[in-house]
Design a protein around this ligand. Sequence first.
Ligand code: ATP
Ligand code: VIB
Length: 265
Amino acid sequence: MEVMTHSSKFLLPSIPRSSSSSSNDGPPPLTYALVVLNQGLPRFAPLLWNHAQLRLCADGGANRLYDEMPGLFPNEDPLDVRHRLKPDVIKGDMDSLRTEVQEFYVNLGTQIVDESYDQDTTDLHKCIAFIRDSTPELDKSNLCILVVGALGGRFDHEIGNLNVLHRFSNLQIVLLSDDCLIYLLPKTHFHEIHIVPSVEGPHCGLIPIGAPSLSTTTTGLQWDLANTEMRFGGLISTSNIVREDKITVHSDSDLLWTISIRKST
Ligand SMILES: Nc1ncnc2c1ncn2[C@@H]1O[C@H](COP(=O)(O)OP(=O)(O)OP(=O)(O)O)[C@@H](O)[C@H]1O
Ligand SMILES: Cc1ncc(C[n+]2csc(CCO)c2C)c(N)n1
């Protein structure tokens, strides 16, 4: 079974190249896309913005960018910040995007994709589908989509966002709030999670999604699992603690991995 490696190094001001990718035979470094949702921007939004090569706002997420990003650059003129941090695309059903915000970004060249005819998928789903369709097949394995504002607030939205992880399980998507991050560990791979101790931990969790797990095995956690069964209504791993800088996970079911983000990030 192939190994999939994971790291939250996108939360660092500059992303170190992994030791294997600095040699010619290693995997190429990840490219990042950012999706801004309609919830308060996390304090580290400017950092993720800098790392991303493609930036989308999901409908009302553009209002958040317009209203809140200047506050994260207290020494700059708000209008300068809004001009500098222009989204490439605003996509959604457009029932939350304010007219003045739409006009502002259209004048800067942002592409608006109105899919108001689709009332069956969420604005996050629409943005992920856009990124998937605009990324060549070969580049998808090196793409990591960072989603800010995905947690906290309305429970239906939170669950809808988790459902997107499951729906697009062939893409690497990270849901972020101010407090934690979540991504999917597909059952098709053996997983190595390289902890960045300066920005994340120690609290973490592993939660089966979609189906129970008859067997999950981990290393590196305070409460490791050894061929353990996990299911809703039975055991799921919450309030676990990372004990080592490398965590390994192997399961017969898709799992959600979640870890706390340090307040100093
Ligand atoms: N409170 C929240 N918690 C988590 N995610 C959210 C929350 N509010 C919005 N989102 C995310 O941001 C995206 C865009 O939000 P927006 O408010 O524009 O959506 P919407 O579909 O108009 O919502 P509504 O259900 O209020 O009509 C949503 O698809 C969702 O993924
Ligand atoms: C069973 C069912 N429940 C809710 C909705 C509504 N809905 C789901 S996603 C979405 C778009 C939000 O931007 C809307 C309105 C539906 N279509 N089907």
